[in-house]
Design a protein around this ligand. Sequence first.
Ligand code: ADP
Ligand code: MG
Length: 293
Amino acid sequence: MLCLTDVRKSFGKTVAVDGLSLEVRRGEVMGLLGPNGAGKTTTIGMAVGLLHPDSGSVTLGSTDNGGAGKVGTPADPAMRTMVGVAPQEVALYDEMSARENLVLFSRLHGLTGAEARARTTELLTEVGLSDRAHHKVHGFSGGMKRRLNLACALVAHPKLVLLDEPTAGVDPQSRHAIFDIVAKLKADGVTVLFSTHYMEEASRLCDRVAIVDHGRLLALGTVEELIEAHGGPSIVAIRREGEEAETRIETSTPLDEVSSAMGESGASIAELRIEKPDLEAVFLHLTGKEHRD
Ligand SMILES: Nc1ncnc2c1ncn2[C@@H]1O[C@H](COP(=O)(O)OP(=O)(O)O)[C@@H](O)[C@H]1O
Ligand SMILES: [Mg+2]
């Protein structure tokens, strides 16, 4: 549905995207995971045609059976109508109500007045803002603004949805609401690419995760594949009766360690725990531990 081939983009001397190739398959949810400044927003900007790559190519659509049946560049109006985007910087009119914002976005997408009103009602329910429909956006919490921003991306029933940090700065309730919306999009066969630096949402939601840094693709795969390839060893933590501190054993075969510990002195074990590497371990392994602001 989205194919980036050796895409590069610089701003002055800053290389934001540095030869990135990435293919998002029809119907999949892909997480674009990377630290601040990794090039996620620039990549999404190029995917929707807001930014033009210095070199490389971007194509949208798919020709396979049941797909959109067309391919084109983001500049192609037929492709643009297929894509919905929720930008990182929430793009809403503060002095307008939730409903007015959505009706406006719907009209901008070419819906008639009646269609726009109907779609707005539907989306307000979907993102849980029906009871705030007539409230001005400027009084909204971060989470409510994010949900409305997401709803705006969905007005024209896009086949490909790009969400740039859809859960940045939101409370856990809104984050779950946003997860649920993405899960529903997936169930409806919509292709989703979302950027994030939250590991948990990437782990839970994505069919595949692309880890990027310094504008380059560092790794791509399912969460299990990434952990297998880059997660490093597990830790078996054992505390024996009468001991204060636990012993921590680094191992790639934790079950073997557990069974040998049980065999030796199973009766004296007070606590036993296996800590498996997670996506965060993969992320830190690939992108380093120093701070990015
Ligand atoms: N319009 C711009 N002008 C100058 N530098 C930019 C601009 N947009 C992004 N950058 C720089 O490009 C790099 C990648 O930024 P961005 O794509 O926003 O990363 P991310 O979304 O992963 O945080 C950063 O170093 C950022 O400062
Ligand atoms: Mg960004």
